[in-house]
Design a protein around this ligand. Structure first.
Ligand SMILES: [Zn+2]
Length: 430
């Protein structure tokens, strides 16, 4: 063990196994420790055992705190940072009247730079260490996001948002421009530090077939970039996609025709989905970003979680800021729990499952399972230290929780940014 090793002593909670498939998947150590060195997890377990195996490690006594894996947000829009909280619209009106006017402001690169700085600050402040982010429709604004994320040390995948119809003119590119700008951004940012590129058409409704062909070519020529877009969010949107692509059997078929439904694909929402689409997602190993706050805010509907499980479709949580209500991934987990409780085919999503959806499931969706999401030795030391403020109901819950599940449930229900004491990516404080 190198002399630089650090041992963090606290209560440790993580989900190295999938709690939807395995009982007792929550791994918890009341008096636990995580050892890290050179940005990597070296061990996680009971303090006494871990400390005796790593006698040279520098000990940080964080007793009274809980350490969780860094949160992973699989769907969030950086240009919408300043418009959280538009109440009362369905999706297409919200886009036209609330979101797109703000996205147009990203043409001003100074404005975009300021928003990008706020955006990465908010991610870190909420304990989010990894995110798949919708960039802007403008190259320079998208560069601002990459630069800000790189400077902050966050693990971000993002890309220029592509559109060539049905949006205000300044938000559209020609397919040739989209191709040229995307390739230039991929060359500059994909693989730089912790950054990765994601090919990002806004949604099928704002893309022509030549634009989808550009996406296909970008993925073909760059075998490790991601793909992300929206799918089956709102019934009116689905009807308009069907009218725009009359040859498509369903919404997903539009993307699938261009080879865009694969193991590198993350589709946001999929609220109103068919069994054929679920099979296609599952067969191709594609993932879904489930954004319960946004689904409620825009009255899009309740995510068919049971059907995704039954079809073995991978899914993880996303905040969908700015249609979502904020950057907090524990709050998003709580919203998931609450909406599934009131769903017609109600399911009680357990605290361990919720933690998994906010951490390891996100890593899996983004192809980062070997790198982050839990505290298995060798993974990147991406973590959040949470400590309840003294005298609060959460502090009382910390003291009296009889089980790790109860402690985790209290955290999911109550822990806000005021409880987040430290956030690290690859061992470094962000
Ligand atoms: Zn979205």
């Amino acid at each position: 063990m190198s002399a630089a090793a650090e041992l963090l002593r606290a209560t440790i909670l993580h989900t190295p196994r999938n709690p939807f498939n395995t009982e007792h998947a929550l791994e918890a150590f009341a008096d636990g420790a995580v050892v890290l060195s050179e940005g990597r997890i070296r061990a996680a377990g009971d303090y006494t055992a871990v400390a005796s195996a790593h006698p040279g490690a520098e000990v940080r006594d964080w007793r009274g705190s809980v350490i969780l894996p860094g949160f992973i947000d699989t769907h969030i829009h950086f240009p919408q940072t300043r418009i959280i909280g538009g109440l009362g619209w369905p999706l297409l009106d919200w886009l036209r009247l609330h979101a797109l006017p703000e996205e147009l402001r990203m043409a001003d690169t100074d404005y975009a730079r300021a928003v990008a700085a706020e955006f990465v600050h908010e991610l870190a402040r909420h304990g989010t260490t990894t995110a798949l982010v919708f960039g802007a429709h403008f190259g320079p604004a998208t560069e601002c996001l990459f630069e800000a994320a790189d400077a902050a040390g966050l693990r971000i995948a993002s890309g220029l948002v592509l559109s060539d119809r049905n949006l205000p003119d300044p938000l559209c590119q020609t397919p040739a421009e989209a191709d040229r700008l995307s390739r230039s951004l991929i060359a500059r940012y994909h693989g730089r530090g912790l950054l990765r590129y994601a090919v990002t058409p806004r949604f099928a409704l704002s893309a022509t077939e030549p634009m989808l062909e550009v996406c296909q070519a970008l993925l073909r020529d760059h075998p490790d970039v991601l793909f992300t877009t929206h799918l089956n969010e709102n019934c009116q949107e689905i009807a308009e996609v069907a009218a725009a692509f009359p040859w498509a059997a369903n919404y997903l078929a539009v993307y699938d025709r261009f080879g865009l439904c694969g193991a590198r694909s993350v589709f946001a929402h999929n609220v109103h989905t068919t069994d054929a689409e679920l099979s296609c997602l599952s067969d191709n190993g594609a993932a879904v970003a489930h954004c319960p706050s946004s689904n409620a805010m825009l009255a899009s509907g309740i995510f068919p979680l049971r059907r995704h499980l039954a079809a073995r479709v991978r899914f993880a949580l996303g905040t969908d800021v700015g249609a979502g209500t904020g950057f907090g991934m524990l709050k998003e987990a709580l919203q998931c729990h609450m909406m599934q409780r009131v769903a017609k085919d109600a399911i009680t999503v357990t605290p361990a499952q919720l933690l998994y959806l906010a951490t390891a499931a996100g890593a899996d969706a983004l192809g980062l399972s070997a790198e982050t999401g839990d505290f298995s030795p060798g993974k990147s030391a991406d973590l959040v230290r949470i400590e309840a403020l003294p005298g609060t109901p959460l502090a009382a819950a910390f003291e009296r929780a009889e089980t790790h599940d109860a402690l985790l449930a209290a955290l999911i229900a109550q822990a806000g940014t005021e409880t987040i004491r430290e956030v690290r990516v690859a061992g470094k404080v962000v």
